[in-house]
Structure formats: C-alpha cells, structure tokens
Design a protein around this ligand. Structure first.
Ligand SMILES: [Zn+2]
Ligand SMILES: [Zn+2]
Length: 392
C-alpha cells in the first residue's frame, strides 16, 4: 500500500476546505441541470489546486478539471455529482461525492509528476433524472479514459454492484371531448389510459425476475362532465439490461395498442427523461477498492451486489471504460436514502470521515493503477471481455 498514507495525509491537509464546500452545497442545494453555483464552487477549487478547468462542459452545469504530468501514463478520472433533490436537499449525499472526487484528484495530482499519467476530475450533473454522465458518454468524454471512479455515501461500506437499465416512457392518448350525458359522441382518452395501465399490470407476470415497472397517471381529464380527449401516463421500465428493457417497452406499447382499439382512441409514446444503461461491474477494480478500504481499517465491507438495485447514469460510463462505483458508510442503516437525515449525515463527523477515507482510497487506487501497469492491464482486459460478452 505504497501511496495510501501519502494520499490520506494530502486529503487530511485540505479536509477543512473540502468540508466547507460540502456545507456550502448542503446549505444551497441545487437540483439537476440547475447546479450553476455548485459547478462554480468546485471548478474554482480545482483551479486553485492547479487544474486546467473548463465549465459548461458538454452540458451547461458540467465541468472538467485536467492535470497532465507530461509523462507517459494512463488517464485516471474521478467523477463528481452535485445535484440535489426537491424537498430533501442533498438527501442522496451528492455534495459529499463532489468533495470526494475533488479530494481524490488533488491527492493523486500531488504525486503524478513523479509517477506519470493524467488525472481528470469530471463534474457530471443531474444524476437523479437527466443523466449528465449519459450526455458526456455520448460526447465521447470517457473514450480516452483508462479508469473512471467515484464513491457514493451510504449506510454501509461497499464495493458497488449491478444497477438496472431504465427506460422512461410517456404514453399520450387522444380521444374526443363530449358532454358527460352524451358520451356516445365522444371517445375517452382516460379509458384508454386506464386500460393500458391495467394491461401493463397483467404483463408483469410474464417478465423476468428483477424487472420493475412503475407508472403514474399524469393527465386524466379536467372535469367529470367532459369525456376527456387527452390523458397521459408516465412509466419507468427497468430490468437487467437495456435490450431486455426495450423488449418490455415494446410489449407495453402493445398494451396501449389494444386499449386504443377497445376505446377508438389513438396514442403516441415518447422518452420523457434520460434512459440509463445498467452498470457493468469491473471485479478487478472492486478487489482493488477492497484492499484500499481494508488498509484504511474500514470493516464490514459489503461484497459486490449481484442483484440489481436502482438505476444510475454511471451505467453509461461503464460501457465506455472500466468504472468503479463504491460506497462509504456515513450513517447507520436506520437512515433512509433520499432523506433529510442522509443530507445531515454529509456534514456530520461521519461524513467528514467518509470524505477522508473515500478520497484517500480513490487517490491511492489511482496511483496503484499508474505504478503497476499489470494491474491496469488486468482491469482493462476484464472490461474488454465484458464488452465482448455484451456484444459491444
Ligand atoms: Zn445518489
Ligand atoms: Zn439518489
């Protein structure tokens, strides 16, 4: 563990500054694609630490900080998230993710002139809904990156795991208005929506395990005495891979077709938020994170989670380069994700400790990959193999 102590003391040295940023974002949470002040804060810090920084990168609230040792070597990228949630502020702890990314980048930069390579800190906004990482992946940002890493605060320490592919689909139904007492002159878009909702509920039985379908009525008419000419549903279709999720989406569209035949209405579908790929696990990187955690004295490390949970835009990154999405405990298991209590944990002593250990682990892991080409080769070979298996 050559670099760990060095990395940890570097993070320690700047920890007050990082915690100040965590608190600043906690006090002024900004939701996805509106994180202009958070972007300015983080970009400013990176500039002060000697990175070449570009703001408004790919998306309006994205940024990138680069430092090049000028010597041969891989590109290590640390990912920052900094979007908050309505109602609960930084209830997902993305303010801490941001500080961990900056802390890891600054620490690795402190040795990179000597060991070679490049370090990037990438500001990827709007994780919760609009997927900054998806836009950046599509723009090719991660194509020249050797490894991309981040750590998410949690109620347990962990090496990460599978996430679901997600397809957000909106169904809109078009009928004909009529008086409630002369319904024979109208066609109910609401009835079509209700039947679609019901048909999709019947579809569930025939889906593979770990398929999640959840929808809501967005529009269902405006007055009880008017046959609604317009209705809409918003759905999330989730499953283990995007091709399967698309298959389920096609079946759901058949459900709407049937409903429209029955009601004499028409419909159209659209993708109303950002689709997220599933996350491709890189076990070699997970093993390396485990080593770092153990060397830091972190215990009760959850193994790689094979059952998919949630969805995240890190999925798209994991199809472009080897990616790591670890977890660090900052609260106990009674604290819910997306809660005010989780937000409060980011500015607690446990949050501070999580920042220190998370940033030190990621920085040291980056250094290990640079100085041990055989470890990097193993990570990259595993990535290539996974892509081949997935037909990419
Ligand atoms: Zn999150
Ligand atoms: Zn979240």
């Amino acid at each position: 563990m050559t670099y760990l102590q060095q990395m940890k003391s570097n993070v320690q040295q700047h920890l007050d500054n990082y915690m100040k940023a965590v608190k600043e974002m906690y006090d002024h949470p900004e939701i996805g694609n509106q994180e202009f002040a958070s972007m300015a804060l983080l970009a400013g810090m990176l500039k002060d630490y000697g990175f070449a920084v570009e703001t408004g990168y790919v998306v309006p609230t994205g940024f990138i900080g680069k430092y090049d040792s000028g010597k041969e070597g891989p590109t290590i990228a640390y990912l920052c998230e900094y979007d908050a949630l309505p109602e609960v502020g930084h209830g997902c702890g993305h303010n801490l993710i941001a500080a961990i990314g900056v802390g890891a980048g600054v620490a690795l930069k402190s040795v990179i002139d000597e060991i070679g390579g490049k370090v990037w800190v990438v500001g990827t906004p709007a994780e919760e809904n609009f997927g900054g990482k998806v836009s950046m992946s599509e723009a090719g940002v991660f194509d020249d990156v050797d490894v991309a890493m981040m750590i998410h605060p949690s109620t347990q320490n962990g090496l990460g795991g599978r996430t679901n592919a997600l397809n957000p689909v909106k169904f809109e139904f078009f009928g004909k208005n009529a008086h409630g007492c002369r319904p024979q002159e109208g066609k109910s878009a609401l009835d079509a929506a209700v039947l679609t909702f019901t048909n999709i509920n019947f579809l569930r039985q025939f889906c593979l395990p770990n398929t999640f379908i959840h929808g809501i009525f967005r529009d269902g008419g405006l007055a009880a005495n008017v046959i609604p000419a317009y209705a809409s549903l918003e759905y999330y279709f989730r499953g283990t891979t995007m091709p399967y999720v698309k298959e389920i989406t096609e079946k759901a569209i058949k459900c709407a077709e049937g409903a429209c035949v029955a009601t004499g209405t028409t419909f159209k579908t659209s993708i109303y938020e950002c689709p997220y790929d599933d996350f491709v696990i890189n076990y070699s990187l997970c093993d390396m994170l485990k080593e770092q955690y153990e060397a830091l004295g972190i215990t009760e490390i959850q193994p790689v989670r094979e059952v998919p949970a949630g969805s995240s835009d890190i999925g798209s990154v994991s199809y472009r380069c080897p990616a790591l999405h670890g977890y660090i405990k900052i609260a106990d298991t009674t604290v819910a994700g997306h809660s005010r209590e989780m937000a409060a944990a980011t500015i607690s002593p446990e949050g501070r400790e999580g920042l220190l250990n998370g940033a030190a682990a990621l920085a040291s892991l980056g250094a290990e990959l640079i100085v041990n080409p055989e470890k990097l080769a193993k990570v990259k070979a595993e990535f290539a193999q996974s892509m081949e298996k997935l037909g990419k």
